[in-house]
Design a protein around this ligand. Structure first.
Ligand SMILES: [Ca+2]
Ligand SMILES: [Ca+2]
Length: 254
């Protein structure tokens, strides 16, 4: 019995030592592969795909992938794109997500430009993993955000009423500083809107827009009675989305 126990102990020690030696030996001989992506376009992690679920296939993320292995033993590349996104070649044709790299000279370095085409708005994570012949791996994770439209923001630069020379007050607001959050993707302000709510009987009256021919400036020249009401202002972008409606309390301009 004692002999059997000793034998088991010795076997365990040998196995452990062999494991350490082989891992060390293995690391000396083999180096981990490397993977990288060079961003070649601005804001490559955010994309406007439009309201119609990306019918325009020219709208995509660019994903260049470069893999290398110092000792030329690349085995494969696997790209996990998840649901809701299509991986294509740089010409737009559907691409494989798995690549066998185990042949010369590809086993030393490999490069390819992909496109990522989301079909719906949302956040996506794409993970590319390269593996070498000794199962050493390197991964690259890319997080991207696709949106259909961002609403505009209404900004009030000026809001006041003037003391009347007669019984007519003048209420004026300036919301020309309003902007669309996705201007750099083709968004823009299509309409400036304002309503003057006066306090006499809580009635609302429209305000003359495009005062002086300038969109974004409103004036109500016949604000009746007490002009100490308030103005409701908002803007609409070129895709029909409205900003929040802002309540503007008026102050008397000296
Ligand atoms: Ca290697
Ligand atoms: Ca917009």
């Amino acid at each position: 019995m004692k002999i059997i126990k000793s034998f088991c102990f010795i076997t365990a020690v040998i196995t452990l030592l062999a494991g350490c030696i082989s891992e060390s030996y293995f690391n000396d001989l083999n180096s981990r592969p490397m993977i990288s992506s060079t961003a070649d376009v601005e804001n490559t992690d955010t994309l406007k795909i439009g309201k119609l679920n990306n019918i325009n296939k020219d709208v995509y993320f660019t994903l260049p992938l470069s893999v290398t292995d110092a000792n030329a033993n690349l085995q494969n590349l696997n790209i996990n794109v998840g649901d809701g996104i299509t991986l294509t070649d740089n010409d737009g044709k559907v691409a494989a997500t798995y690549y066998d790299l185990n042949y010369s000279p590809v086993n030393a370095e490999w490069f390819k430009i992909f496109r990522l085409i989301p079909t719906n708005p949302g956040y996506y994570t794409v993970i590319a993993t390269v593996t070498d012949k000794f199962n050493m791996q390197a991964s690259l994770s890319k997080q991207i955000y696709a949106f259909d439209n961002m609403p505009p923001r209404c900004v009030v630069a000026e809001a006041y009423y003037t003391a009347p020379p007669n019984f007519l007050y003048v209420v004026r607001i300036d919301i020309r500083s309003s902007f669309d959050q996705d201007e750099k993707w083709g968004g823009g302000i299509a309409e400036y809107k304002a309503i003057y709510h006066y306090t006499w009987d809580d009635e609302a009256v429209g305000m003359a827009s495009d005062f002086d021919g300038t969109p974004g400036i409103f004036e109500c020249t016949d604000a009746p009675w007490e002009p100490i009401g308030w103005v409701e202002a908002w803007v609409i972008d070129n895709e029909g989305a409205e900003s929040e409606h802002i309540r503007i309390d008026l102050t008397l301009k000296p």
